[in-house]
Design a protein around this ligand. Structure first.
Ligand SMILES: *Cc1c(COP(=O)(O)O)cnc(C)c1O
Length: 401
């Protein structure tokens, strides 16, 4: 099979549509993953294949043992930064969750998780052959989780199966409403029952301060490409020392003919994980990440300002808990929906109007509700976004109070 040259040529010189310098991108999953200059340079330096492996120690042959570049030290600093004992970089947050589930549970065991968990939490449980028991939320308009129900759900699992769930999972900030959950409450329940708590910090660690020890998390998972100014794929798995043997268990398999064994390799990591440029971007951005979480208070001020302003437009209200504690925001926008009903571009009109003003990241076609994330925008940009929405609302005769 010969692929025609003109088709192959299409893969060369690809350009990104929404260059960061030209557009304001409000896409919720993209704000925390914008690279630092240092990370951009690191990609060029470490772009080749297994670029981290020049000095892999031959005895152990493991990524976490490499000292040049200083991966071993980085893992220690990463753990310390999260208030945990041990850290590993894996390919994605979802992989970190899968590894935790797989190493903690046995097929048929339960995980108790929040009903605002990301789909990948469910899939990670599924792949690990675990079942889920969901902790309910209070529905509209706040979608607030009933955190005390973790205890009830543990009891339910006990009644059904005669044993405890393999783990609890709490989404620190959910991807739907940007609600910040008080992890301490679940940390306490986890300790009381002796069930490990996985705190999923995909949207929090790396942009805001997170201290696993303080809240009683046994495991923290996070996403480098979402919240740590790193390239995809990068994820973080951090754990307490007490879980080391379980989560980082070594491979036991043996070749039946050769009797080969791989006892140095960590099974859940399949030996090594991110052995190239993405890991180095995570490391190169780390000094800035350590600084930027201290500026979280101002990020919250900016989003609260924007929400207050947007709610002045008729038919626009914020969904989720108030006041905002996180920059990921869900707006219900009946006002725009009404306009879309008679607009020739239907639901796409809002996207078009925003795009014409160099604002992207609001999902095209959606006008009943949409999500945005203001993380890392300057005050000037936040005000520009506000002005753009006011202009569009005004153009279509929506009232602004
Ligand atoms: C984005 C997100 C994920 C997925 O992160 P990956 O690194 O892409 O696997 C998982 N959980 C939550 C809560 C998220 O918001």
């Amino acid at each position: 099979m010969k692929i025609p040259q003109d088709r192959l040529n299409r893969y060369i010189g690809l350009k990104r549509d929404f260059a960061e310098e030209e557009y304001i991108n409000l896409q919720p999953i993209q704000r925390g993953g914008i690279l630092t200059e240092e990370a951009r340079r690191a990609i060029l330096e470490f772009g080749d294949g297994y670029s981290t492996c020049d000095w892999c120690p031959p005895k152990t042959a493991r990524l976490d043992m490499i000292t040049d570049p200083p991966i071993q030290q980085f893992y220690q600093d990463l753990a310390e930064f999260l208030g945990m004992d041990i850290a590993r970089v894996v390919t994605r947050c979802r992989e970190a969750k899968f590894i935790a589930f797989r190493m903690l549970g046995r097929p048929g065991d339960y995980v108790v998780l929040d009903s605002t968990a990301h789909y990948s939490s469910y899939l990670a449980a599924d792949l690990a052959e675990l079942k889920v028991k969901e902790v309910p939320n209070g529905g509209a308009p706040e979608f607030r989780l009933n955190l005390d129900a973790y205890a009830e759900k543990i009891e339910e699992v006990k009644r059904e199966t005669g044993k405890l769930p393999a783990a609890l999972l709490l989404t620190h900030v959910d991807y739907l409403y940007g609600n910040l959950n008080e992890a301490k409450v679940v940390g306490k329940i986890a300790k009381d029952y002796g069930v490990p708590l996985i705190l999923n910090c995909a949207y929090t660690a790396g942009v805001m301060p997170v201290d696993g020890r303080e809240v009683g998390a046994d495991i923290i998972t996070s996403s480098g490409h979402k919240s740590w100014a790193a390239s995809a794929p990068t994820g973080i798995l951090a754990l307490e020392k007490s879980l080391e043997e379980k989560l980082l268990a070594r491979a036991k398999i043996e070749g039946d003919l050769t009797k080969r064994k791989f006892g140095q390799k960590e099974l859940g990591m399949l030996g090594c994980t991110v052995m190239g440029a993405p890991l180095i971007t995570l490391m190169a951005s780390f000094p800035e990440v350590v600084r930027r979480v201290e500026r979280w208070g101002e990020e919250v001020e900016k989003v609260r300002y924007l929400v207050t302003e947007l709610e002045k437009i008729e038919g626009i209200t914020q969904r989720g808990m108030k006041p905002k504690m996180h920059t990921l925001t869900h707006m219900e926008t009946d006002g725009f929906y009404k306009v879309s009903e008679t607009h020739k571009r239907k639901g796409y009109f809002l996207y078009d109007e925003l795009r014409a003003r160099k604002i992207v990241g609001i999902q095209p076609g959606l006008t009943k509700h949409f999500k945005f994330n203001t993380y890392g925008l300057t005050w000037e940009q936040v005000k520009y976004v506000k002005d753009a929405f006011f202009e569009i609302a005004g153009k279509y005769g929506m009232k602004i109070s």
